[in-house]
Design a protein around this ligand. Structure first.
Ligand SMILES: [Zn+2]
Length: 80
């Protein structure tokens, strides 16, 4: 898996559950890629913070925000 693929997958992570098979490839890439670890940590923290005491469903605006962040990361990775 490449960084670009992982970041593209994060878009799905924001929208809902990921296929467990995909998750494995995801974790494998993460284990060996520090820049992606940082990105995923940020996204996970943001989602966890939001979920605390809030409904599980992410509001449209929040999802849009995450997608924007992901797109920026995606562009950064692609031009490394
Ligand atoms: Zn990576």
């Amino acid at each position: 898996m490449k960084c670009e693929e992982l970041l593209a997958m994060l878009n799905e992570y924001v929208d809902g559950p990921i296929d467990p098979g995909i998750c494995e490839a995801f974790e494998k890439h993460l284990a060996g890629c520090n820049p992606c670890q940082v990105v995923v940590d940020n996204i996970r923290q943001t989602i966890t913070l939001y979920k605390n005491g809030q409904p599980y469903e992410l509001p449209q605006e929040f999802r849009k925000h995450l997608h924007t962040v992901l797109r920026q990361q995606f562009v950064k990775q692609a031009h490394r």
